[in-house]
Design a protein around this ligand. Structure first.
Ligand code: DGT
Ligand code: CA
Ligand code: CA
Length: 598
């Protein structure tokens, strides 16, 4: 089988090359070229594999020149590339794992390799335990202790993959499985289907006719690095990217029961089984039985129905009250992607985005949005070319001009203003008050005590112009833990203040997380599900935000940006200390008219 290689896997090869080049002290531009290419691929909506097969021009993609294009072609054909092989002959394979240890950059990792022959996390741990690290120039006893702690927690921690990357891999494999002889249906189960923000392994399920060669072909796929086991109805493999995939094959007659079982969660399954038992029934992955007679099995819906329940959407299957709600017929109608009427957090080239105002506006309109808030960084975030008051004033004028010209979409004037260490905002009131909304965000001083970090946020929210708290906990999946805040207190403040909190849909953020969403809903504070787009492709992130929102039991009414613009204006105005808008911007009035036509 020639399993198509996912963009995420190609990106992983480029990232590894960049890391290895970095350790060799290669030219920074060369390193950056590989990093940019990895980012382009990770954000690409289309499959690079498919583009290669169709002979399309890869070097038309941003940041991809002829050299990188030919490397992509090579990776698609062989699963790897000669440059990576050569580099990993010079440095041990897997040494890049050391870069995950805080404080260890490429130079230091190189030094540890050259001085002590360290190439793996285990060797690093051993050297730290023996006290050899502190002897290397530039490393002290304190650093050695920190490294030891970090390595130990890294080695203990199970390796989980971001949902977005897991989905790319799963989609590619499912497409391939669906085309194999005797396969009637190929679907994802497990935590991926439940939209968990990270995934431990992929669980895939196929409905097959007898004699299908699916197991044989699956285990011979060219992304497969290792086969852990292969039987007639199940197989487990490890992909090149390190992700494990479990595949089960079942006859169509028990497909629903199997899908229910392998979707989990385990806690949900156990609760369902108890429910079945109390009704004198037996539930397993083959079906729901009364005595030896199978009473439901071909669809999930039929199994739930036979248990006296309505269908429970996978995002809720965590045994966190969904079964009780199903019994009481009070399951919430969860928010969907098509409920979103706009997006309240996006960047353009003016700060660190990739597209212009107009290109962003048109892309938002194409998605059927009624409004898009432009929220550049403020000057404090100089790495992102943040705006000072003067540049922001110019952008305000540019947005007004564009709004007069464009139909069917309204750009809202916003800013992602830095919340400074002491809770002040990074721009003067005189310019903030000209905006439609102010989005506040923390980008530094992550290590403040819980008390100080919380006070910092509360103080920012007390500002007379404060609409929305962006990525409230600052977590970056596999990179940065959330900073320490008293979230219930922050949410209470948001309710009292009448401002909003964000569910940032960037796949590495997903912040607020699912449980925090639910807490926010219970507090009665509206959540804005935002793409934080840095380019037009990033609006696709919203689906991950919707996944988390659904896991957090949010209905459309709990989400700020499901409101049509006419209802949004007064809510935003209130956060800006304006009673109401005496004169609506002309573009807004127009958007109201055109929204009926669309
Ligand atoms: P993960 O992979 O850690 O992100 O989480 P899951 O939920 O995908 O867990 P996984 O891959 O271990 O198992 C997939 C599903 O199979 C799980 O959600 C429910 C079902 N399952 C696995 N083991 C058991 C078990 O011991 N009892 C029951 N009732 N179900 C199980
Ligand atoms: Ca799993
Ligand atoms: Ca599994």
């Amino acid at each position: 089988m020639n399993m198509p290689i996912a963009n995420a896997d190609i990106a992983a090869v480029f990232d590894e090359i960049a890391d290895l080049l970095d350790m060799q002290g290669a030219n920074v531009f060369r390193i950056r070229a590989y990093r940019n290419a990895a980012r382009t691929l990770a954000n690409l909506e289309r499959s690079a594999n498919e583009m290669v097969e169709r002979g399309e021009d890869l070097d038309a993609l941003p940041g991809i020149g002829p050299d990188l294009a030919s490397k992509i072609t090579e990776i698609v054909a062989t699963g790897t590339c000669a440059l990576l092989k050569r580099l990993s002959r010079e440095l041990p394979a897997g040494i890049t794992a050391l870069l995950k240890i805080p404080g260890l950059g490429p130079r230091r990792v190189r030094l540890l390799h050259d001085e002590l022959g360290i190439g793996t996390l285990e060797q690093l741990r051993a050297a730290a335990r023996d006290g050899r690290i502190s002897g290397v120039h530039g490393f002290g006893a304190k650093m050695q202790r920190q490294i030891l702690d970090a390595v130990q927690s890294q080695l203990q921690q199970e390796r989980r993959v971001k949902l977005s990357a897991a989905m790319q891999l799963a989609d590619a494999i499912l497409a391939e499985l669906a085309g194999m002889p005797g396969v009637k249906q190929a679907v994802a189960a497990g935590s991926l289907r439940r939209q968990r923000d990270t995934v431990g392994d992929l669980d895939l399920l196929v409905a097959v006719e007898r004699g299908s060669p699916v197991m044989e072909r699956f285990t011979h796929g060219n992304q497969v690095a290792r086969v852990l086991m292969r039987g007639n109805t199940r197989a487990s493999v490890v992909l090149r990217s390190g992700l494990q995939v479990d595949l089960r094959a079942v006859p169509a007659a028990s497909f629903g029961a199997a899908w229910l079982y392998f979707t989990g969660s385990k806690a949900h399954n156990i609760a369902l089984r108890k429910l079945a038992q109390s009704a004198g029934l037996k539930l397993n992955e083959y079906g729901l039985y009364r005595g030896r007679r199978r009473i439901a099995s071909n669809t999930e819906k039929s199994v739930y129905a036979a248990l006296g329940l309505p269908f429970i959407t996978p995002e809720l299957r965590e045994n966190l009250g969904e079964i009780e709600a199903a019994q009481a017929r009070t399951l919430p109608a969860l928010v969907t992607l098509s409920d979103l009427r706009g997006d309240l957090h996006a960047h353009t080239r003016e700060s660190d985005g990739r597209d212009t105002l107009e290109v962003m506006a048109l892309a938002a309109r194409r998605r059927g949005f009624e409004y898009l808030a432009i929220t550049e960084h403020s000057a404090h975030l100089s790495v992102a070319r943040g705006l000072d008051a003067e540049r922001l004033a110019r952008q305000i004028d540019a947005i007004d001009a564009l709004n007069r010209r464009l139909e069917g979409i309204t750009l809202l004037k916003g800013i992602e203003v830095d919340i400074l260490e002491d809770g002040r905002l990074d721009l003067p009131d005189t310019v903030l008050e000209r905006l439609d909304l102010v989005v506040g965000a923390v980008h530094d001083y992550f290590d403040l005590t819980r008390e100080r970090q919380t006070e910092r946020l509360l103080r920012a929210m007390d500002h007379p112009h404060f609409s929305l708290l962006a990525h409230p906990t600052g977590r970056l999946l596999d990179e940065r833990r959330p900073y320490d805040i008293d979230l219930p207190r922050v949410l209470r403040k948001a309710r009292e203040r009448g401002c909003f909190v964000e569910l940032n849909a960037q796949p590495e953020r997903l912040d607020l997380d699912d449980l925090a969403c639910r807490m926010t809903r219970d507090e009665g504070v509206l959540v804005a599900i935002d793409s934080d787009a840095h380019g037009i492709g990033d609006f696709d992130h919203l689906r991950f935000g919707i996944g988390q929102a659904r896991r957090g039991w949010l209905r459309a009414a709990d989400v700020l940006n499901t409101r049509p613009l006419a209802e949004l204006w007064p809510l935003l105005d209130a956060t800006m200390g304006r009673r109401s808008r005496s004169i609506r911007p002309p573009s807004a009035a127009r958007a109201d008219q055109t929204s009926n036509i669309r």
